[in-house]
Design a protein around this ligand. Structure first.
Ligand code: NAP
Length: 322
């Protein structure tokens, strides 16, 4: 059951996973697949009503699912820290944390440069920086959940766009020149670079946590089934998206590589996974050279430390292993 074949999610009973941005899209379907396999799912999102609707949909579609919700706005460092604190509090006497999918993201980026409340460029803050902060906040909990049979994982959401004119994110705040496409691509190059750098640093520090990068191919709502409160494309969107059928899949199919990156015991930290171009299924792939560049990886990592004021507690996480 490896490179390139169809992957069945193995039983996940007893495992707990957190997924950011799980009220819609890939995050919702990743949650559903993991819940179906028996995992306990912490669905998170920034909006209580949207999150509640997705929670209800999941419970209706997966009878007996074990799922809870957590308000977490990745573009707001205060929200990330308080969500992580409440998660740690709950984990202390209740559950383990076997993995996290850093999924939340802005795909349809604003035309004009937009800032978060704390003055950071919105797309980079949502897609990359917020997850950098969340990773720092959850690292010790993840490491403490390691067992001889399971190494907890974090999965970062990369993108094929990183191969198309890969912007080298030297100006992560896009202060010099902004474009919607550039904001997206450079944030995804940064996400991939962070994912690979995290794995290298985890290994160096001997922390029992792995970091894997995965991408969904091109997955769109109009090719995805209608689920009330989760995916309700208009007829016009369905029509438009149907024109892209040769190159696009559903969000449900797109979620396959992401879930596999989280749970396939044969995958190792530092790998890059995505859908096969032909014939379905998922496979290990080669990421863009830019996101692998050690100099860039260090640069992005340090920039995130500087912008967020967070450093990952590698030494504490290594000491905390059981
Ligand atoms: N679809 C693709 O073809 C594709 C390709 C490559 C990579 N990706 C990546 O996959 C991830 C999910 O994409 P998708 O296609 O599923 O997009 P989507 O359908 O637009 O869903 C995005 C999810 O992220 C959430 N989100 C956005 N900003 C947030 C914030 N500040 N805090 C918390 N949650 C937030 C959204 O919540 P709201 O409902 O509150 O907005 C939603 O749940 C993204 O990281 C994207 O870059 C997607």
């Amino acid at each position: 059951m490896h490179a390139g074949d169809h992957f069945e999610v193995p039983p996940q009973d007893g495992r707990t996973y957190l997924i950011t941005g799980s009220n819609a899209g890939l995050g919702y379907f990743a949650s559903e697949k993991l819940a179906r396999a028996g995992a306990h799912i912490i669905m998170s999102g920034r909006h209580p009503n949207r999150l509640a609707a997705a929670h209800d949909a999941l419970e209706a579609r997966v009878p007996g699912a074990s799922v809870e919700t957590l308000i977490l706005d990745v573009a707001n460092p205060g929200s990330v820290r308080s969500a992580a604190a409440s998660l740690r509090g709950g984990l202390f006497d209740r559950r383990r944390l076997d993995g996290v999918i850093f999924n939340a993201g802005i795909v349809h980026t604003p035309r004009e440069r937009t800032l978060t409340r704390d003055g950071r460029e919105l797309v980079f803050s949502t897609n990359a920086l917020g997850h950098f902060v969340l990773g720092a906040e959850l690292l010790v909990s993840l490491a403490r959940s390691a067992t001889p049979r399971h190494t907890p994982r974090m999965v970062w959401l990369g993108s094929m766009s990183t191969r198309m004119g890969a912007y080298r994110p030297t100006d992560v705040q896009l202060e010099e020149k902004y474009s919607a496409w550039k904001a997206y691509v450079q944030s995804k190059v940064a996400v991939q670079a962070l994912g690979f750098e995290a794995d290298a640093r985890l290994r160096d520090a001997e922390v029992p946590v792995e970091s894997v990068v995965a991408h969904p191919g091109y997955a769109i709502g109009g090719r995805t089934e209608t689920i009330t409160g989760v995916n309700e494309p208009s007829r016009w969107k369905r029509f438009r998206d149907s024109l892209q059928a040769p190159i696009a899949t559903s969000k449900e199919t797109g979620a396959e590589a992401i879930v596999r990156a989280l749970v396939d015991p044969e995958i190792s930290g530092g790998e890059y996974w995505g859908p096969r171009m032909f014939g379905g299924g998922t496979e290990r792939q080669r990421p863009s050279a830019t996101s692998l560049d050690p100099e860039l990886r260090t640069e992005i990592w340090e920039r995130c430390e500087q912008l967020s004021g967070e450093t990952w507690p590698f030494a504490k996480a290594a000491r905390g292993r059981r």
